[in-house]
Each structure stands twice: as structure tokens, then as C-alpha cells.
Design a protein around this ligand. Sequence first.
Ligand code: HEC
Length: 231
Amino acid sequence: MQLFFIGHILIRKYNEATLIECLPIFYKTIFMKKQLVNLLLLMATSAVVFTISSCSKSSPGVAPVTPTDLCAGKTIVITPVATDANACGGNGQIKVTATGSTGFTYKLNSGGTYQADDSFGNVAAGSYTVFAKDKDGCEKSVAATVGSTGTAGPLFTAVKNLMAAKCQSCHNNTVQNGGMNWEIECNIVTNSDRIKVRAVDLGTMPQSGPLSQTEKNIISDWIAAGGGFAN
Ligand code: HEC
């Protein structure tokens, strides 16, 4: 590295990059191209008097913008405790504890909205980033995972099997009449209300003719128990 002083300007030359900075009182850092530096050096060795406006004593210069560290001197620890969601359901929970400061608000993921409540309900299984911000605006985040109680319940399994036999021929990965695909388990959970309307209440599905009362009961029993994946 080469160092040059021109007036109160310090020039540090690296291989390609050249850093030009004013000496301490006038904080200003500029990266410049080689040619310009060479010109400045020429000027320095000549008798020409010059100033760089932002560095000159007659100019106030640009005050250094030092970002304030809102977290200075704090050790904030965020501890999220996640409660599993039913598979295909959004009933998980994340409860957050934050220590190391006061006046915390919390949010889930960067797109979330800060809230004073430290618990989040109706959270679907998945990965989240939990944020906590203290009274001064110090913000920290930590990852949290809401698991899934992944075992299909017996009532759901009975409905799934019934629909595989009676409904899937017209609602599968290839053919999706009415936009419905019953090969995807969670679609059965998500559309439980429509399944009940069409196959139990109206009896208009399957198209070939209504289900027997016993078959309708399989759907009704599951929905009465909660209509979830784990039921
Ligand atoms: C022979 C083909 C066939 C079978 C079998 C069949 N469907 Fe359908 N389904 C259709 C067609 C065609 C549509 C779109 C027209 C309509 O909505 O009536 C549809 C649409 C639907 C819709 C979406 C429309 C709405 O009302 O929300 C649901 C839900 C549905 N079916 C449920 C079922 C269920 C449950 C079964 C089994 C008990 C079943 N279907 C069996 C052909 C079928």
C-alpha cells in the first residue's frame, strides 16, 4: 500500500482501488479512479494550490453519519416455544419470551406486524422467523419451527378411503373436476365443507348417484369430530 498526503487529504493506493480520505476533522471517504488520483498527485507535486471542496477548510464538509446501534450494551435472547399444528391445519402456536431489555413487541417473519402480545395462534406448520423489538427499537430475530402432528386420525382415514373409492376417479392429479383433487390429503381437509355440502347434504356427488347413508355418515362423523387431519 502506498500513502500520499496532499494538503489535508490522505491518499491510500491499493492495487486497483484507491482510497482518498480527508484527514480526521473532515470525515469524507471517496473511491476514485486511478487517473484522477494520478492527476491529483501531479497537482500535489506541482506548485498549484488546490482543494477538494468537501475536504477544504472553507467548506463545512459532510458530517459523518454514524448509525446509532440501538442494541448497544444489550444481550437480547429470544426463546420461541412452538406448539405443533395439526397437519393441514393452522392451529399451531408460537409463544415468545425475550430477555435482556424491556418494552418488547413481537412479530412473525419480516412481513409481519409488531404486536404487544407474545403469543401467535393459528399458525400453520412450517418455519418462521420470530422478531422481538425493545422499547428503543433494538430488533433481534431467531428461527422457530412449528411442527405437525403428522398422524392421520381414524375418521379422516375412513373419509380418505371412501373418497379414494367413490370420488377420486373424477378428482385426481390428472383430472380435477370443479378444481378439486382428492389425491392430495390436505385438499380433503381444506374443502371439508364443500365435501359435506355436495356428498352429504345435497347428495349431488358422486355424479353417478348419492352415497349410501352409511357412507354419508363416515363424512359427517369426521366433520363433527373437527374435520381435521388428526381426527
Ligand atoms: C363421475 C365424476 C365425479 C365423481 C365420481 C365425483 N365428482 Fe365431484 N365433481 C365432478 C364434476 C364434473 C364437478 C364439477 C361440476 C360440479 O360442481 O357439479 C365436480 C365438482 C366437485 C366439487 C367442487 C364443486 C363444489 O360444489 O364445491 C366438489 C367439492 C366435489 N365435486 C366433491 C366430490 C365428492 C366428495 C365426491 C365423492 C363422494 C365426488 N365429487 C365424486 C365429477 C365427479
